[in-house]
Every structure is written in structure tokens, then in C-alpha cells.
Design a protein. Structure first.
Length: 210
């Protein structure tokens, strides 16, 4: 059994989709009459694998469900995860509140097939994504062993994951300084990715915290 963190805060500058829908947060946009946040929480509950759900949001008063806990979010996603890891401990399953199509079976499969790494991220092969959602436009990460889409599911195994989150915060802080970001990530790994030579196993080994 695992604690789940659901990221529901507002990005700096607001969210145009939330504004269009007339709500304060993207997580509160109704899909089929049910807010995206509620859909995510319901899927986590139905998975049977999550015994504690914590919602990270900048306005805690907006979350009124009695079956979840609430943490005030940080200024960035990485800050929110870092704070949650410190307060909640590990293992920690992380997803986003706008993951409206999240299925309980996906959560179970992800948790049942975790690699023995400190941090894991769920990926789906492009052919599976396009078979399930034909005609949609998606962005894929292209590795030497295939093209993949992120699944907005992450797992932090133990306390040493704080080092990976620390690196994430460092890279996030350098998003407007691309050259410094390149140095921090490692130019060799980035060049391999651009040339189509980077494999998933190698991307994992090169991104481990130092």
C-alpha cells in the first residue's frame, strides 16, 4: 500500500483552460459532470493499491472531500513534490489532478511492474497510445528503442529520492538559462537523445542523482 500525491496547484500565470471553463483551477474543470480532481481520486481509490491520498494545491479550502488530506502547494511542481516527500515520506506515488482519463488498472500495473530504481516514471509506447486514441496529436519521447509518451505517473521509492527531486528543482530553476541547464543535465546524454541513440536504460543510468 502506498501514499499518493495529487498535484493540483495553479501554474504561475494561471491556466487558460481553467479560465475558459470558468473555474479557478484546471483540476476543477468538469469532465462528464465530474471534476478532473475527483476523477483522479476515484481512480486511485478504485485501484485498491493506495491507502492514503494527499492533494497538493495552493488553495486548500477548495478541496472538500473527506477522504483526502491536503497540503499547500509550492511555487513550482518540484517544490510541491519536495515538500510532500519531506512531510509524507516514501514510498510516494505521484500524479497530476488533470489526469482525467486515469484508470485504476493503470495504477495497479504501474506499481506491479516497478524497476528496482529510486525513482520511476510511467511511459507508454507510441503504437499503444495511437491505437487507443487514433487521430489525436501527441508529443513522444524518441529513444533508440522506441517512441514513448509520458503517463503522468511517478514513483519515489525511498528517502534517497530527495536527491532526484533536488536535481529536478535545480533544472527547473534553470529553465530560462538553457546553457546552464545543458551542463547540469549532461551534454553527452542530450546529444545522444538528439541523434536518436539514447536508450531508456541509458537515460536512467545517466540521470541518477550524484
Amino acid at each position: 500500500m502506498t501514499t499518493a500525491l495529487v498535484l493540483a496547484g495553479v501554474r504561475p500565470g494561471g491556466d487558460p483552460l481553467a479560465e475558459f471553463a470558468g473555474v479557478s483551477h484546471k483540476a476543477l474543470i468538469p469532465i462528464g459532470g465530474v471534476a478532473m480532481l475527483d476523477r483522479v481520486v476515484d481512480a486511485l481509490r478504485a485501484s485498491g493499491r493506495i491507502d492514503r491520498i494527499v492533494v497538493s494545491i495552493d488553495r486548500p479550502e477548495l478541496v472538500t472531500r473527506p477522504d483526502v488530506e491536503v497540503l499547500r502547494s509550492g511555487q513550482t511542481l518540484s517544490a510541491s513534490v519536495s515538500d510532500a516527500l519531506e512531510k509524507l515520506g516514501a514510498p510516494l506515488f505521484v500524479t497530476t489532478a488533470d489526469h482525467a482519463l486515469l484508470e485504476p488498472e493503470w495504477v495497479g500495473y504501474f506499481l506491479d511492474h516497478l524497476p528496482q530504481t529510486t525513482v520511476a516514471a510511467g511511459l507508454a509506447r507510441s503504437e499503444n497510445v495511437m491505437a487507443a486514441t487514433p487521430g489525436t496529436k501527441r508529443t513522444f519521447l524518441r529513444f533508440a528503442d522506441g517512441a514513448f509518451s509520458g503517463c503522468n505517473m511517478f514513483f519515489l521509492r525511498d528517502a534517497t529520492a530527495v536527491e532526484a527531486v533536488r536535481r529536478w528543482r535545480e533544472v527547473e530553476a534553470l529553465r530560462k538559462k538553457p546553457l546552464k541547464m545543458l551542463v547540469r543535465l549532461g551534454p553527452g546524454a542530450i546529444l545522444s537523445y538528439l541523434l536518436g541513440r539514447l536508450t531508456r536504460p541509458r537515460s536512467t543510468s545517466t540521470s541518477r542523482p550524484t
